[in-house]
Design a protein around this ligand. Structure first.
Ligand code: ATP
Length: 346
């Protein structure tokens, strides 16, 4: 293990059990310095436990946490250059916004001038300067969320941990805060690690996503990698809609219930599945020369920007441009472009 090369955060072989529950199993990850990194997974998959281990709020049963080349596994939370923004922002209701943000610096006995400077700088960066003298209850949810961020960032941590910090916001505000958070992270060039179960949130903000399930990292990559090249059925379905086609290998392709599909490489298994996203399937005017099949419209749902078709055999889900109209019962030519068929691991 080369600890000098990566100045970011290295997680090595982390395990954590709570009695019989294996919350985190053999997790290893490299988070590069300055990266927006997301732990994405369903409720109970172990992502919060992993975040708490990084923060020093929970002790791992085994494994190491290395930050900036230093093994911090046994450091208490207060000795780590890591700050956390929690789901409930936990602002002090009786303190002003300014004092909420200043709290950490004051308790660490920073000189008055420096406290003023640092707090003002952060409030300004987050567009809160005009609210410095207000109290938390006089702020909207989104503004309170920004105060919680300012309070964590004012300590200039090497790593900022975000534990579902947007889950209390309504959908519209959340979308706005996600973009703001992404912009802020780019501006600061600091390492952010976010925990979320919301795949679209993960796609919006992240450089890298680690998809977790049942205590393990299932796949790790850029948003585009994990969406377009899922390794397993779980990842394919967790990151959006997917058609799963099961079959047996034949002549290097896949023999399925409705015909032989040509693939762009040979599967490693004899029997297994491929996945294809609904927007990658095509409705064609004539039979495609490769992977063209006849299908029948079972349901057509107009969604404004596009049209969702459910086709038989299947039902297969196809997303297509909304300008064409289809009736239930229409026969169409359906194409599975072979480069869009992703071979899943067994
Ligand atoms: P959520 O999104 O619901 O918060 P999560 O992915 O963050 O879920 P964790 O909170 O890390 O999941 O929990 C992982 C597993 O460990 C769950 O089965 C949970 O019930 C269990 N667990 C977590 N903390 C404890 C604890 N202190 N004592 C016992 N079991 C725990």
């Amino acid at each position: 293990m080369d600890m000098k090369e990566n100045t970011g955060l290295l997680i090595r072989g982390i395990n954590k059990n709570f009695g019989p529950v294996e919350a985190v199993k053999e997790v290893s990850l490299d988070v590069q310095e300055g990266e927006f990194f997301t732990l994405l997974g369903p409720s109970g998959c172990g992502k919060t436990t992993l975040l708490r281990i990084i923060a020093g709020l929970e002790m791992a049963d085994s494994g190491n946490v290395i930050l900036g080349g230093e093994d911090i596994t046994s450091f208490p939370a207060t000795k780590r250059q890591v700050n956390t923004v929690f789901q409930s922002y936990a602002l002090f209701p009786h303190l002003t916004i300014f004092e909420n943000v200043a709290f950490g610096l004051r308790s660490r006995k920073f000189p008055r001038n420096e406290v003023e400077n640092r707090v003002s700088k952060r409030l300004e960066m987050l567009g809160l300067q005009d609210m410095a003298q207000r109290h938390p209850h006089q702020l909207s949810g989104g503004q309170q969320q920004r105060v919680a961020l300012a309070r964590a960032l004012v300590n200039e941590p090497k790593v900022l941990l975000l534990d579902e910090p947007m889950s209390a916001l309504d959908a519209k505000l959340r979308a706005q805060v996600q973009v703001e958070l992404r912009r802020l992270q780019r501006k600061l060039g600091q390492t952010f690690i976010l925990v979320t179960h919301d795949q679209s949130e993960a796609m919006v903000v992240s450089d890298q996503i680690a998809v977790m399930n049942q205590g393990r990292i299932i796949q790790f990559g850029s948003p585009k990698d994990v969406y377009e090249r899922p390794k397993t059925q779980f990842v394919a379905e967790f990151l959006g809609a997917a058609n799963l086609l099961r079959g047996r290998k034949k002549n290097g392709g896949l023999e399925t219930g409705f015909g032989l599909l040509v693939l762009d490489r040979e599967p490693a298994w004899e029997e297994g599945s491929v996945a294809i996203r609904p927007e990658r399937m095509r409705i064609t005017d004539v039979k495609a020369s490769v992977n063209g099949f006849k299908a029948r419209v079972r349901e057509a749902i107009y969604r404004g920007t596009d049209l969702d078709l459910w086709l038989d055999p299947g039902p297969l889900r196809v997303r297509t441009a909304a300008h064409r109209e289809y009736e239930v019962g229409d026969e169409v030519w359906l194409e599975f472009p072979k480069e869009a068929l992703v071979i899943l691991d067994e």
